[in-house]
Design a protein around this ligand. Structure first.
Ligand code: NAD
Length: 479
């Protein structure tokens, strides 16, 4: 009945992203007691499809290469974003697909794991050209059921957004699916006007904030001293795109944390009094770079942005940002992995030995897939969340406030009135659902860490839970 697929991979500093994910999996699989052969089944990627297609643009034919990988179909549909990145490759997509299986397992969302990429620099193309490329890519995926509400549901990722998701959903419908009524559920992350859901765009950043809240709450419950609260904490973010921007914005504007450093491709901004995150975003959108923002020092050495002194570091750009080469220079106390796989396997032990706590990607960036799940359910039920109950709840809450005022002879506290009377809008329900799933996942990780002496860190706890759930699903269907 032993389980271990391989002995823990002796991987080095030059290991690929896929090597790293597999090494993390091997470490956790070695601690689970699985029937012979099941570990290999779970670990292996089920399939990867490579597509090469041509699009006539600018008076000539251009060829594009893309991938869609399905890591696991123990639950269907398989779910995972599609990134547009010139550096993408097949191995990277397989690593990301595996992370999706594990993430859905950890947060207990009923999806298998998948991921896709198109090898393209989106900045080199006009919008109308990107639309034609995306529609052509969608046709190729649709031919093989790699986009479909019941089999495989893409979403946005690096380099893609709601615009690309709207094109994909529209093109999917044009391919003539038999189930046209549910066709909108073929991708998530769509704009609201095309079947999206409130709160999806910022969901991953919101989840990063929730993840940090869960961790700090847990520290307080344990009575561990010496940690400061968020308003006194400093934050550094690498990657000022969807995930990094929203996480920085919520932590600074809502929690009062000081975002002292923002790093992008070409350098980083530093202000030890804290940056105005929304103003930096406006500057980036207007000029194409964060550098030159007036309220901060601009530095050209992008790599050093990760190494600044701070309480919380949020790598939210790409995989393998922290390797054995720079791990010893990281000075954060807590790392919340906004990106997928930002810490290479061989770098992790250096960070842990320095006493740095790591909140793992499976948990920290799960907000995207959690809210995607809500969007998918909304598309399949064809009714916005809360529609049937909102006004009834508002009426009931109004009657409660009136009854309390009559009984006590005092007015209902003004600062609570608006929130109490609100019957539950879609955004409220999405945020409440996201918070709930994140808290349950954290509690589960924390309990696992405490109850298994052989598990020493939150990442291994997360993998342990996720792999255990996937194993149960496979055992139940007998494969
Ligand atoms: P994005 O394209 O919106 O933003 C990424 C940002 O990182 C860009 O601004 C880019 O310029 C910057 N960047 C890239 N390489 C960099 C480098 N070497 N140094 C500094 N900055 C760099 O992408 P995103 O959607 O925010 O995704 C970021 C990460 O989060 C990826 O790993 C992605 O897989 C992961 N993720 C995203 C979501 C989501 O819902 N968008 C969900 C889960 C995980």
């Amino acid at each position: 009945m032993n389980t271990a697929v391989r002995v823990q991979s002796p991987i080095t500093g030059d290991a690929s992203f896929l090597d790293s994910v597999e090494a993390y999996m091997d470490r956790a699989l070695a601690q689970l007691s699985l029937p012979e052969g099941l570990a290999e089944r779970i670990r292996a990627c089920n399939s990867t499809y490579t597509v090469r297609f041509g699009v006539r643009l600018r008076g000539r034919m251009y060829s594009f290469t893309g991938w869609r990988s399905v890591h696991s179909e123990h639950v269907e549909p398989a779910k995972g974003g599609i990134r547009y990145d010139i550096n993408s490759n097949e191995q990277e997509v397989e690593a990301l697909a595996a992370l999706m299986s594990l993430k859905c397992g950890l947060v207990d969302i009923p999806f298998g794991g998948s991921k896709g990429a198109l090898k393209i620099n989106p900045k080199e193309w006009e919008i109308h050209e990107l639309e034609r490329i995306t529609r052509r890519f969608t046709q190729e995926l649709a031919k093989r059921d790699l986009i479909s509400p019941g089999r495989n549901v893409p979403a946005l990722d690096m380099g893609t957004g709601e615009r690309e998701m709207a094109w994909m959903a529209d093109e999917y419908k044009r391919t003539g699916p038999s189930d046209i009524v549910n066709a909108n559920a073929c991708v998530t992350g769509k704009p609201l006007s095309r079947g999206g859901i409130e709160g999806r765009t910022e969901a991953t950043g919101r989840g990063v904030q929730d993840a940090i809240h869960c961790f700090l709450r847990d520290l307080h419950q344990n009575g561990i001293e010496g940690r400061r609260d968020l308003p006194k904490m400093t934050v550094a973010v690498q990657g000022f795109g969807n995930v990094g921007y929203h996480a920085a914005k919520f932590l600074s504007e809502e929690d009062g944390a000081k975002v002292v450093c923002i790093t992008e491709h070409h350098g980083y901004l530093w202000n030890d009094n804290g940056l105005d995150v929304a103003a930096v975003k406006r500057h980036q959108l207007a000029t194409g770079t964060i550098l030159g923002f007036e309220g901060a020092e601009s530095h050209l050495q992008s790599a050093q942005g990760l190494e600044v002194e701070c309480d919380i570091l949020i790598p939210a750009a790409m995989e393998n940002a922290i390797t054995p080469e720079n791990a010893s220079r990281i000075r954060a106390k807590l790392i919340a992995e906004g990106a997928n796989g930002p810490i290479a396997f061989a770098a992790e032990e250096i960070l842990l030995a320095k006493g740095i706590t790591i909140l793992p990607d499976l948990f920290v960036n799960a907000g995207g897939v959690i809210v995607s799940y809500f969007e998918w359910v909304k598309n399949l039920t064809h009714i916005p969340f809360g529609l049937m109950e909102r006004r009834r709840r508002e009426r009931r809450n109004l009657h409660i406030t009136q009854a309390l005022e009559t009984m006590t002879g005092q007015g209902f506290p003004e600062h609570l009135r608006d929130e109490f009377l609100e019957g539950g809008s879609e955004i409220d329900l999405v945020r409440s659902g996201l918070d709930d799933v994140m808290r349950s996942a954290y509690e589960n990780m924390s309990r696992t860490l405490r109850s298994h002496p052989e598990i020493k860190d939150l990442r291994t706890a997360a993998y342990h839970i996720a792999l255990g759930r996937i194993a149960e699903a496979y055992k139940a269907i007998g494969i």
